[in-house]
Structures are given as structure tokens and as C-alpha cells.
Write a protein that binds this ligand. Sequence first.
Ligand SMILES: Cc1cc2nc3c(=O)[nH]c(=O)nc-3n(C[C@H](O)[C@H](O)[C@H](O)COP(=O)(O)OP(=O)(O)OC[C@H]3O[C@@H](n4cnc5c(N)ncnc54)[C@H](O)[C@@H]3O)c2cc1C
Length: 402
Amino acid sequence: MVTPEVMPAALNRGLPEKRRAIAQAARTVFGREGFSRASVDSIAAEAGVSKRTIYNHYADKEQLFLSVILEGSALVADTHMRIAERHLRKILNLEEDLISFGMEWASSPTAFTDHFALVRALQAEVSALVPDVHLVEPDEAQQLNPLLRAGYVELGMLEPGAMEIDVHAVHQGYVRGLRDRKGHIQASAKLVDASRSAGVWTVTDSAGERHQAPVIVNAAGAWVDEVAVLVGATPIGILPLRRTIFMLGAPEGLETSGLPLTGDIDATFYMKPEGPQFLCSPADEVLQSPGDARPDETEIARALDALESATTVNSRHVRSSWAGLRSFTPDRMPVVGFDPAVEGFFWFAGQGGYGIQTAPAMARSGAALIRGENLPEDLRAKGLVAADVAPGRAGMSIPAVH
Ligand SMILES: Cc1cc2nc3c(=O)[nH]c(=O)nc-3n(C[C@H](O)[C@H](O)[C@H](O)COP(=O)(O)OP(=O)(O)OC[C@H]3O[C@@H](n4cnc5c(N)ncnc54)[C@H](O)[C@@H]3O)c2cc1C
């Protein structure tokens, strides 16, 4: 049980009484019931507060869950730092100091039962969707990625069947498929004007060319709301969030090819091998207006700090960096469906950080909905519901039309 007494002062301070009670109740209820089954009502009952009080402190259940996971991880890390400081900062008798350090370190996890119950509940839910995901103990984590520092991993989660996608090959496959079907791609053709008459759109691109079609598919990434305004539709409130990437040289002679993509639960960094280098990211999500994204040096420095405490990679060897926009809807679900108010205007937006891996499923879903069919059977069997990705759903800026 994580009690206020073991909570580091930095975390304890500034947490009002109610917020602390809610966080503790959430830790208990999420750990017992998992994220999906835990309700805000049961957390409110456990904390002895009203549901409204919870929403005064946290935007939604997801934010509450994320917040307690992050607080729990920070608590574990902070407590271990303190133990190391207490026993190893000034060595008087190496053997005695190491033994007392080891004993306190080994006994500390009992203080974190709720936090680890939460991590285990998260794993149980993830494995319902991805069955090969399992928990790994620190030794196995270090065998999988020998660059991890000893003592860094408390508990890991591994997806052995995860694969890397050759994005270029996937893209070329789609391009070939389109051309085989007599499709035509026109690059550098920004939509600048659109009007609809007798069930047909006439759109004008930036080169002044005009095109006609019964349906416009708005797949303009970070710019979907700008396109919506052009056709007279209500924006969905797309949030283009910047993500920075940088490359680090791998230690000389290290065979990187079998190393897994590795990241921490707080999402302060991730790294994955890319030939003789590591592709790394601070996993940043900074809101920007649509346009060219630039890598953020401060975020890179923060990720390097995190990488340094987690691994033995040489953080001085940043070779290059770049950034891109990952576009999210307010509820982080994609938007695939006809606009409820503007005829012939189809949304295909908000794939966030998963637009490559979800492309085959989402494209088939989009095609089915445009043809007026149900979502593909196999995707419905996996739980995909058209209303969950519809542009007029609750939480979008667009009101549904009934
Ligand atoms: C750093 C980074 C890492 C990522 N990692 C992953 C990952 O590991 N796995 C994964 O699955 N996904 C990942 N993604 C997300 C993935 O790249 C996106 O989800 C995907 O590219 C979205 O595709 P899209 O076609 O909807 O939008 P985009 O790729 O943004 O394409 C939109 C297009 O619309 C065009 N456009 C804009 N305005 C107009 C207009 N007025 N007229 C005509 N055209 C217009 C733009 O020029 C652009 O070509 C990552 C993204 C970033 C930035």
C-alpha cells in the first residue's frame, strides 16, 4: 500500500487532501478491477467523494489512470534514489553499507503493492487485445536489452511478436494498388476551393486545376480542420502534437539487430535499433499549429538524461534529429465517417501515432462506409464500432445530426 508516509515530500507537497484520497482510491480500484472495468463511480465511493469532485481534479478516467501510474512510477524511482543516497552517498564500510542498502532496496517493493498491482492489471488488459504480451522480471529485461543499467528495471512488459513495418514498402504497395485500379496521384495540389452542386463537388487546387467527384475524403492530417472550413464543415478540433526523433550512435562492436524497442512507462524516452545507430525519442507531445515541425533541443536534452539513467548508451553522440506532427482528436480515437451536416464530405483523420499500423484496417473501414456498407466483419469482431469513430460522436466539435 502506498501510504502518504512513504510518499516523497516532493510528491506529497501541493497535493490537496481530496486529490490524494482520489489518487489512492484510483490506485486501489484500477489495481483490483483493471482500467476498463473500473468505473469513476466506484473510485468516488472508495475515496468517499462525489463523482463531480473527481472531474474537478481530472478531465476523465484516462487522465486519472495516467496520473496515478506516473505518480506511482515517480514514487518508486524517488524512493530508490533516496535509499541509494542514504546508504551509498558516503561509504564508511563498503560491505556493511552494501548489505544495508540491499536489504532496504529488497524490502521497499512491499510499499509499492498498489502500484505494481496497477501495472499487472494494465498488462492483463493489454494481453486481452495482444495475447503474447507478458510481464518480464528485471533479469530477463536486461538479457533482452543488455544496455539497460542494472537496477533500473522494476518490472517490464514485453510483446515478443511486435514487428517493425517497412513504411516505404507499405506506401509503395498502396501506390501500386491505386495505379492498378487506374487511380491517379497529383502531388503539390493543395485544395484551395470547393463547391457542391447537384451531388457533385468541384474542387480547385493551388495550381488552378479543377476536379470533380461526388465525395471528398478529408485525409489532410494536421490540416483536416483547415480543409473542413474550406468546404463549410465544422472542424473536429484536431490537435497536431509535435514528436521529436534523434539518432544516437550505438556502442562500437555492439550487435544491435536483435534488441527490442525499449521505452519506460512514464514515456520519457524510447529507443530502437536502426543499423549501427539507435532511433530515439523524448516521446514529446507538444501542441503546434499545422506546418513544419522542428525538433526541440530541450526535449532532446531531457530524453538524453532519461536515457543516461536507464541505459549505458553514449548520450554525447547525437547524430541528427527531426520532428513530425502526430494528429489526435480530443478523445484520441480516429475519425472515419461522413460529416453529419455536409453532404459528400468524408473524414479520415486523427490517426495519432498509429496511422501506419492502422492504415490497412482503417482504409478498409473507410472504403466500406463510403460505399454505404457495414464495417468489415473481422474488424467488427475485434470490437470496432462505426459510432466510436464517427465524426459526430460526443466530444468532437461537430454536433451529431439525428
Ligand atoms: C515522429 C513520428 C513517429 C511516428 N511513429 C509511428 C509509428 O511508429 N507507427 C505508426 O503507425 N504511426 C506512426 N506515426 C504516425 C503516422 O505517421 C501518421 O498517423 C500518419 O502519417 C497519418 O497519415 P495521414 O495520411 O492521415 O496524414 P499525413 O501523413 O499527415 O498526410 C496528410 C497529407 O495531406 C496533405 N494536405 C494538407 N493540407 C492539404 C490541402 N489543403 N489539400 C491537399 N492536401 C493537403 C499534406 O500535405 C499531407 O501530405 C508517427 C508520426 C510521427 C510524426
